[in-house]
Write a protein that binds this ligand. Structure first.
Ligand SMILES: Nc1nc2c(c(=O)[nH]1)N[C@H]1C(S)=C(S)[C@@H](COP(=O)(O)O)O[C@H]1N2
Ligand SMILES: [Mo]
Length: 338
């Protein structure tokens, strides 16, 4: 797996080559300097991706400007042979977002009216510089980065999605964690009027939806807060206006529509762990050798697929990001810490 951040000048040439053409590899230097300090990632550049068939969003001007500017800079951690970007309709039509219902089509059907403007996020807990930040202030780095990542759901399906966002590390650094901060805890909006899944008395989840990361996982350069995908703002069903993306972990870690980010001392209990602790753990690292108690995790259905071409592929350790993240778990028993 390879990552590369291109200087805008690198892409002049690539802008006229087809999407499938990849430029030479170079060492990663710029872009994230100071964020992923010390962690050099190498990678490939993909020619600017063409999203001309993707419907426009309705982003506020400041966000639209950043989304447009960010199209210059493409980071491709995927294997072009294996990892074709999913059609926008699949990525925005087949979703898990229990706040809007538990079937895969519910989020696309019911999330449309979620009011995401204005939006603010509380940053609190073990920080010296916390407070309530407007979305514009959370997204303060001058440009977004495009990251084309595999998303592997614990239910054994997966998609490749091009996100636009900022490293979570940028937000955490600015909050200036105290020496007690060891984990990061995230919460999704609670608003039963807008989120029909929260009105149902059959709901499994004790709202808000909660997720957590160890601080070093949260600071890792692959971990991003996404504000867009496919060159546009996030559709509501994908977690607008701000969602986490942690590509080496099962999809449920990538919490949507975030309203609170807390630096904490104790390991948070995430929503799925609370519901079924023997089935869903805190770490949730993608691991083909550790099965779910009720199904195998050795393979996955790569979407789009069909009855006639199920497109079953082998699941990769850490979802294919082992070179970047395996060292975070040195000495940890991944069978116990699943
Ligand atoms: N708040 C919230 N975040 C959530 C979920 C959810 O139900 N509620 N589902 C998770 C699961 S199980 C997956 S697989 C991914 C799906 O992201 P996508 O719909 O953008 O593909 O979102 C995750 N984030
Ligand atoms: Mo999932």
């Amino acid at each position: 797996m390879l990552i590369k951040i291109a200087k805008p000048s690198d892409l002049c040439e690539s802008a006229v080559t087809p999407e499938s053409t990849y430029l030479s590899r170079r060492r990663f230097m710029g872009g994230m300097a100071g964020l992923g300090a010390g962690l050099a990632l190498s990678g490939r550049v993909r020619a600017s991706t063409d999203y001309s068939d993707v419907p426009d969003g309705d982003a506020p001007a400041w966000l639209q400007e950043k989304l447009d500017a960010s199209r210059q800079r493409v980071i491709v951690p995927d294997d072009p042979e294996r990892d074709e970007i999913a059609p926008f309709d699949d990525a925005s039509g087949y979703n898990n977002f229990y706040e809007f219902g538990s079937s895969k089509s519910d989020p696309a059907r019911y999330a449309g009216n979620l009011d995401t403007q204005p939006w603010s996020v509380v940053v609190d807990g073990e920080v010296n510089n916390g407070g309530r930040l407007a979305l514009e202030d959370i997204a303060s780095p001058p440009r977004f980065e495009e990251r084309i990542y595999r998303l592997r759901c614990v239910e054994a399906w997966s998609m490749v999605i091009p996100w636009l966002g900022i490293p979570l590390a940028a937000v955490i650094k600015r909050a200036d964690p105290t020496s007690k901060a060891r984990y990061v805890r995230f919460e999704t909006l609670v608003d039963p009027e807008q989120m029909r899944g929260q009105r149902s008395s059959f709901s499994l989840i004790d709202w808000p939806y909660v997720e957590g990361l160890r601080l070093d996982e949260a600071m890792h350069p692959l971990t991003i807060l996404a504000l867009g995908m496919y060159g546009r703002e996030l559709p509501n069903q994908n977690g607008a206006p701000l969602r986490l993306v942690v590509p080496w972990k099962y999809g449920f870690k990538s919490i949507k529509s975030i309203v609170r980010i807390s630096l904490v001392e104790e390991q948070p209990v995430n929503s799925w762990q609370r519901i079924a602790p023997e089935e869903y753990g805190f770490y949730a690292n993608v691991n083909p050798r550790v099965d779910h108690p009720r199904w195998s995790q050795a393979t996955e259905r790569r979407l789009p697929n069909s009855l006639f071409s199920p497109n079953t592929i082998d699941t990769l350790m850490f979802n294919g990001y082992a070179d970047e993240v395996a060292e975070l778990y040195a000495g940890l028993d991944l069978r116990k810490n699943f």
